[in-house]
Design a protein around this ligand. Structure first.
Ligand code: UDP
Ligand code: MN
Length: 305
């Protein structure tokens, strides 16, 4: 097919999970805020195209198509919309991620339908080879800047890095790694920034699919035996899917990750402040510098400006 790998590729690929949207007014409203703010600040060159990918079920797709007509009305740039069937993607993903599901999924079994929460982890095997970069974003975001600027962060990846991601802004991994931290009192695992390893948040992720395909280390870490080894070493049990997997392998191999500035995914959830971590909360929550994207995670309201 067409070569989309040249540095001057005019396609900017963004992917969002978009399932069960028809069942939730709250998700519909979040989607509207995200898309309207993306469109408002979106600015591209004449020949460039923003490609919006949605992973969706039939009912959500129909609703999404209707809503997109409205929210894209004021777009000043070219765009394309691609819907991916969640059932088809799950079918491709399950064999690759089945072994990791028991460590990073809610519940004890490896439920087939949960495989989709690991899409980012194996995206380089799922998407066509011609797709070399994609940005995956949550729906509960508000853009305060041109999303095109986010793509320029790819150019700052050092060699060996496969994923650009912002740190987690709550002490959630201080909690998850509790046992490991007790057994290793000097560890940086779960410690706050700037010197600690607080883990990652999956609300905004830059996936360098070409680097993911080319990295022997990254692909070894996906193998069931190695997942088990690391999860046992860190005594890891979580339920946050891809975010847990990336946070865990990032403790061992930080060089696989390019640290996006906190302003690219300014998380607003404060749940852990009220649940036993009030004393250290600010060390994690603090984010100096400009906010490019707000993330209203755990249903937190996003400031008007
Ligand atoms: N999502 C979805 N359908 C759902 C719930 C979530 O498509 O029923 C997607 C959506 O893209 C959302 C993402 O999964 O942004 C992660 O969920 P959420 O943002 O609610 O989690 P949080 O950031 O609060 O942890
Ligand atoms: Mn979110």
């Amino acid at each position: 097919g067409e070569d989309t790998s040249s540095p001057s590729d005019p396609h900017f690929h963004v992917l969002m999970m978009f399932t069960k949207i028809d069942k939730s007014r709250s998700l519909q409203e979040k989607f509207r805020v995200a898309m309207l703010s993306m469109v408002k600040h979106g600015d591209f060159l004449e020949e460039e195209v923003l490609v919006l990918h949605f992973v969706s079920d039939q009912a959500s797709q129909e609703l999404g198509q209707r809503m997109l007509q409205e929210v894209l009305l004021d777009a000043t740039f070219q765009y394309e919309v691609v819907f991916h069937d969640v059932v088809e993607l799950t079918h491709k993903l399950f064999p690759i991620v089945e072994a990791m599901q028991k460590y990073f999924s809610a519940g004890s079994g490896a439920y087939y339908s949960d495989a989709i929460f690991f899409l980012s982890v194996a995206m380089h095997h799922i998407m066509p080879q011609s797709l070399t970069r994609i940005v995956q974003v949550d729906l509960d975001l508000k853009y305060r800047t041109n999303i095109r600027d986010l793509f320029q962060q790819f150019d700052h990846f050092p060699s060996g890095a496969v994923l650009g991601i912002t740190r987690e802004m709550q002490p959630v991994y201080r909690h998850t790694f509790w046992q490991y931290r007790k057994e290793n009192p000097q560890t940086k695992v779960g410690e706050p920034p700037p010197d600690g390893l607080p883990g990652f948040n999956s609300g905004v992720m830059l996936l360098d699919l070409r680097a993911m395909r080319a990295s022997p280390l990254y692909n070894q870490l996906l193998e069931p035996g190695n997942v088990a080894k690391l999860a046992d070493q860190y005594r890891f049990r979580g339920h946050l899917g891809d975010q847990d997997f990336f946070s865990m392998i990032g403790m061992e191999h930080p060089e696989l990750f390019y640290a996006l500035a906190c302003g690219w995914n300014r998380q607003l959830c404060t749940w852990w402040r009220e649940h036993g971590y009030g004393d250290v909360f600010q060390l994690y929550y603090r984010c100096d510098g400009p906010v490019y994207i707000y993330h209203g995670n755990c249903n937190t309201a996003i400031p008007d400006d």
